[in-house]
Design a protein around this ligand. Structure first.
Ligand code: B1M
Length: 191
């Protein structure tokens, strides 16, 4: 990949024409029992390492924004590539990003919201079984009286706009670019 960058390939093209379709291909083969967890894990690690290399080249230097975003993959879920990509795009656009990682419970989200007072909370879930944990986080934030202090954006492959609305999120990001646009819009509306 470094060679591709040196040869003049655009980081965006490497990501959208190379890495993301490749991960989709691995997912398809996993579904068909042609590859197994170790291969998927290896591909995921490769993808996360690749994102670190691409990060400086994905920066959107024309649109420096300000604001703080707290990110995390919800409890029971260890998928982090999509979330990491959202983080890379946000950082590239000038947001300060705190990433709590994966398998994050609602009390850890709450504790961090109280500590850093982010403008936006971004929740990711890749499993149909962990999507409901997004609602648990949102409900916990409401119960703690913090809901009006933080905007909430959700995303992940099984998540839909309708689902996001149903659980009381402020928006749904179809992909990382979409999430960035949404966060910017929410920040503008706050100003
Ligand atoms: Co898992 N896995 N996995 N897996 N895995 C899926 C999600 C699955 C669809 C595979 C399949 O069966 N075809 C399936 C889910 C089925 C379902 O729930 N309906 C599945 C399963 C079943 C499982 C296990 C249960 C398997 C098992 O153990 N038997 C297990 C669960 C572990 C757990 O979390 N408790 C498991 C484990 C794993 C690995 C650990 C091996 C690995 C994850 C490693 C890692 O992330 N570090 C893994 C992987 C890599 C996948 C696939 C192959 C790829 C996911 C990915 O990274 N895609 C996936 C199949 C697939 O998606 N085709 C699969 C690339 C990434 C860029 O896309 O994450 O969708 P994505 O992110 C997108 C958007 O969704 C969006 O932006 C990104 C694009 O720009 N987005 C957001 C994501 N988060 C966002 C947040 C936002 C906004 C947008 O706002 C905050």
């Amino acid at each position: 990949m470094k060679m591709a960058l040196q040869a003049g390939e655009k980081a965006d093209a490497i990501l959208h024409q190379g890495l993301i379709p490749a991960m989709g291909y691995v997912g398809e083969r996993f579904k068909n029992n042609e590859v197994f967890i170790p291969e998927v894990l290896l591909s995921a690690r490769t993808m996360n390492e690749a994102l670190l290399v691409l990060e400086p080249f994905l920066a959107d230097k024309d649109t420096q924004s300000s604001g703080t975003v707290l990110l995390g993959t919800v409890k029971g879920d260890v998928h982090d590539i999509g979330k990491n990509l959202v983080g890379v795009m946000l950082k590239g656009a000038g947001f300060k990003v705190y990433d709590l990682g994966v398998n994050v419970s609602h009390d850890v989200f709450l504790q961090k919201i109280e500590e850093i007072r982010p403008d936006v909370l971004g929740l990711s879930a890749l499993l149909t079984t962990t999507m409901p944990c997004m609602k648990e986080v949102i409900d916990a934030i409401k119960n703690a009286g913090l809901r009006d202090r933080v905007k909430i954006v959700v995303g992940g492959a099984p998540v839909t706009k309708t689902y996001a609305e149903g659980i009381g999120a402020d928006g749904f990001g179809e992909d990382a670019g979409d999430a960035l646009g949404l966060v910017k819009k929410l920040m503008d509306a706050r100003a």
